[in-house]
Design a protein around this ligand. Structure first.
Ligand SMILES: [Zn+2]
Length: 310
């Protein structure tokens, strides 16, 4: 199986040019050798006239290394995709589109925004397992960014964005630490909404710990450790999800100067991706590129549309 670089010098050595990137992607896409997406045949010619394109010896279909992936129709060199994925996966805070444009010397903001949007879309593994064991669950809200200014500039009564969060608690007593995290945009704090969040993100038979908000009562198929406390003390009974929320808010302000409603879920996904890989960031590069090859192609319009409907 394809290994991954564990430092910046290793990354530079492994991926000096598009050829090195393409050959690594080939192994990632076809770990057991070429398989034609048309007919499943396992023999191909490598075309010399088109970059990283293989012609099936069975049905003659031509498949490029980018075809059927998020890199489809992208004019960017593979090295740029790899650099962007490396930066996004390994940096503890990530980059805004403006920062990425500068870092990679990209020609336009739109190119950087599109590249980031596609990488963010690959930050959720559709086959991921729900959280399990003891899980802290809570909800919070953040002020949304409107207009062109950062949060706090201009009208402040634009409403808040609501978020539900759940984090696994590992260890015992005073030596607990957080496991995996989930964050989701929610429309309200009703039972229906929060039960839905719990049922989607947490495995049957787990135990949830809450601050006593009645909406969590009778959450389906869970043990429930309900701690009725005022807002002042909620951080004591739910220390980890509270820490996550405050880190998320600081990150959203620091990197993005606040978040807008239509972008919110993709930024939550980005934060969760990095949080869940905080102890092995370099492995995140391989995960991210693997998901890039597994996601269907997306266009600029699709990205805009997805965010507008969110
Ligand atoms: Zn074929």
């Amino acid at each position: 199986m394809t290994d991954y670089p564990k430092s910046l010098p290793e990354f530079q050595q492994r991926f000096p040019d598009d050829e090195a990137c393409a050959s690594w992607l080939f192994d990632l896409r076809w770990p057991n050798g070429f398989e034609c997406p048309g007919c499943g045949h396992d023999k191909c010619w490598t075309l010399s006239c088109r970059s990283w394109t293989y012609e099936c010896k069975g049905c003659r279909r031509q498949t490029s290394i980018r075809a059927g992936t998020l890199m489809h129709a992208s004019n960017l060199p593979l090295t740029i995709w790899f650099w962007a994925a490396y930066l996004m996966a390994t940096h503890s805070n990530g980059f805004s589109a403006v920062q990425l444009q500068k870092q990679l010397g990209l020609g336009s903001y739109r190119t950087a925004w599109l590249l980031l949007g596609k990488l963010r879309a690959a930050m959720i593994d559709p086959d991921r397992n729900p959280l399990s064991g003891l899980v802290e669950v809570d909800e919070t809200s953040i002020r949304q960014r409107t207009g062109n200014g950062p949060v706090g500039v201009g009208r402040s009564h634009e409403g808040k964005l609501m978020i539900a969060g759940a984090v696994e608690i590992k260890g015992q007593g005073a030596k607990t630490h957080p496991g995996r995290l989930r964050l989701a945009v929610i429309a309200d704090y009703t039972s229906e909404t929060l039960h839905d969040f719990v049922a989607t993100e947490i495995a049957t038979g787990s135990s949830i710990k809450t601050d006593g908000l009645a909406s969590y009562n009778n959450a389906p198929n869970m043990d429930h450790d309900r701690n009725v406390v005022g807002d002042q003390l909620a951080h004591l009974v739910l220390p980890w999800i509270h820490r996550v929320f405050s880190n998320f808010k600081a990150w959203a302000l620091g990197v993005y100067h606040g978040l807008r409603a239509k972008h919110l879920q993709s930024y939550l996904d980005e934060f969760v991706f990095r949080f869940n890989r905080r102890r092995y960031r370099h492995a995140g590069l391989k995960t991210l590129l693997n998901l890039v090859t597994k996601r269907q192609p997306m266009t600029y319009k699709m990205l805009i549309g997805a965010e507008q409907s969110a």
